[in-house]
Design a protein around this ligand. Structure first.
Ligand code: ZN
Length: 263
């Protein structure tokens, strides 16, 4: 099985379609929230995800788009874009976004937008935060898929010295205590494959619609459950066309400009 895992599409249909074309025939598409916000085509992005039967969760921007108080924590540009989004989207889009759960378990994976402790808001940006979240992942769930930071990265729990028998299900020392296992941080560069081999990990596919790692190309990953591995991919798309649409829509110029540099 090949599953395309997407996050932070942010109403960028051009980037989403480039990613779907690049992924080709997949068995499923999962999305990790922030379907809308920032970008110019929220309705069309939701329509595409519905059409392909994408499963997924709600992000802080999706919650705000449905009228939630999350907008109060947005910076001025994000807030302007969200006010635009609220005015632009149809009732059908609101209904679909409102129906997204905060968490979804699919086999060995749990899908959230931010983190396992705080599905909508926490940014997993350090090994300390990753470790704290690995500690609360349920025993049957081994792979945490999340977005929110717009950074393609994985935090991988290495095996401790004493469990060469592959006893990966114990999880008993994942509480941050003295016996805790070492954690590796893996940058999800284009074409990078991470073989999990039964290890626990938090994995971020990066952002489809607004990458922030200095590479403007759309980012996503493919999860192969039987092979127990993830591979990150980057895809060129017509950034200028999206910037034009954003200007025409009256969205903040700074949000359009950042797409050129991927920051
Ligand atoms: Zn986002």
């Amino acid at each position: 099985m090949r599953i395309a895992v997407l996050s932070d599409v942010h109403a960028n249909l051009t980037a989403l379609d480039a990613v779907l074309a690049d992924a080709g025939a997949v068995d499923a598409v999962w999305q990790l929230g922030d379907v809308v916000g920032y970008g110019p085509e929220p309705d069309a992005v939701v329509a595409r995800l519905r059409e392909i039967g994408a499963k997924g969760v709600r992000g802080n921007h999706d919650a705000a788009a449905c009228g939630g108080p999350e907008i109060e924590w947005f910076n001025p540009e994000a807030r302007r874009a969200m006010e635009w989004t609220r005015n632009a989207i149809t009732a059908t889009t609101v209904e679909w976004l409102a129906g997204l759960p905060e968490r979804l378990t699919e086999g060995a994976c749990e899908l959230v937008h931010g983190s396992y402790r705080e599905p909508l808001w926490e940014y997993v940006t350090s090994e300390g935060v990753a470790r704290a979240n690995l500690a609360v992942l349920d025993g049957a769930v081994r792979v945490g898929l999340h977005g929110h930071t717009h950074m393609p990265v994985a935090f991988l729990e290495e095996r401790g010295g004493g469990d060469a028998d592959g006893g990966d299900a114990d999880g008993g020392d994942a509480d941050g205590g003295p016996g805790r296992r070492p954690l590796s941080t893996i940058r999800g560069r284009a074409g990078e494959t991470l073989e999990l081999r039964g290890r626990r990990a938090l994995v971020n596919p990066g952002s489809v619609g607004q990458p922030r790692d200095g590479d403007p190309r759309a980012s996503y990953l493919v999860w192969e459950p039987e092979a127990d591995r993830v591979t990150w991919h980057r895809v060129d798309y017509d950034v200028e066309a999206v910037q034009r649409s954003m200007r025409e829509a009256g969205l903040p110029a700074s949000l359009a400009a950042r797409l050129s540099i991927g920051l």
